[in-house]
Ligand binder design. Sequence first.
Ligand code: AMP
Ligand code: GLY
Length: 449
Amino acid sequence: MKALVIGSGGREHAIVWKLLQSPKVSKVYAAPGNGGTAGFVYESGKKCENVDLLGRDICEAEIQNALIRYVKKEKIGLTIVGPEAPLAAGIADRFNEAGLPVVGPEKKAAMLESSKAYAKSFMERYGVRAARSHTFTDAEKALEAAKKHFAGSREKAAVPPLVIKADGLAAGKGVVIASGIKEAEETIVSFMKDEKLGGAGKTVVLEEFLEGGEVSVLAAVSTGKAGCILPFAPARDHKRRFDNDQGPNTGGMGAIAPAPDFSAAARGDFEEAILKPTLKGIKAEGFDYRGFIFFGLMVKDASCRLLEYNVRLGDPETQAVLPLMKSDFAELCLSIVNGGLDSFSLTWKPGAVCAPVAVAEGYPGEYRKGDAIAFNETAFAKTGAVLFAAGAVRGPGGSGGSGLRTAGGRVLAVSAYGAGPEEAQRKAYAAMDAVAFEGMAYRRDIGWS
Ligand code: AMP
Ligand code: GLY
């Protein structure tokens, strides 16, 4: 079988890598892919080819049509959609109408990610345990609620922050944790009145601030007669740019799996309070949801609350979770699409995976581009790690070159497996030492403590 992976990030490179390990898969295409997806030497000796149908000037509908034509022409048996934007634009609906197997929920269900207000109303309707919140379409009312929240904060020093979330997709810029009224007012005005995020911020959700450890649970979902949600090994992203969780939020500076703070008790609590009601809701809404779901959890004392749903796999969590998965990923995807997920036996390696991300100088602000990425193959190979490219394209690599050049903020992840956390972390950083580019930066504390 041939497979197609839609997207261009590190997550998609990890999906390609894992798919190519399946005896069921002969070849993978990535649209548009990145410098790593194609040109990378896969252990299986099989290949991935990038297909660039996604020209900048063509509209979403044309992209979808072009992909469908390509899948038919190449007789591709399975398409996996990586990012949220095409799902929110209804790509799975188009594939389903054309009778082409696709892993990704229909547009209606993608609203669980594309509208935070919708996701919140879903959580309430089906009793999914989440942070308390209110949704506002009127800026004045939101400002009033923020004032009320912070009222008396001068006398009572310990008023908790207020979490302000733009309703729509905002590429990681839609959540602000305001620690005082001034910041809250500025955020509400910029989202709702000045439309800093375009339409995405016209509606906002004000949410209680939760404390605890964050855990990302990625899962496979398949509706149909025996609908089920099959959770993966828990993971943790590290969102802040600098060590010890300092500095601005990013798209993710590294991930580990399995995550700490997810004891058997916490997992049981997650299944009862979050997973089961979510499945009930997905069924009750009548969604055609055959894809992945991502539960962003806050866990405290083995009790879980849901912060967000994503309707796809996480990035960079996927780069840590897939190397830990023993099961055949293509078979898993086929059971999502064709049924049988409820009896799929998902198995995991016993150890741990650490996947720090290297970013370009300046990220998450304006960043450098076009630098050659050097790669010490012998030193890297000793660690057994895998390199997953993200913002990297093919280009002359310089001496000891990898054949890659930087082209994005998050450039690559190195993903190392170890028998335990300590070994995984040590190998991941040894692998990182074997990679170099001008302005390369990464956190040194991606790990379990
Ligand atoms: P979201 O896009 O909803 O995941 O928010 C981005 C990040 O903001 C999360 O990963 C958390 O680190 C943080 N966050 C979101 N909601 C809350 C909350 N209610 N309490 C504390 N932190 C939050
Ligand atoms: N790592 C969080 C995300 O994929 O949105």
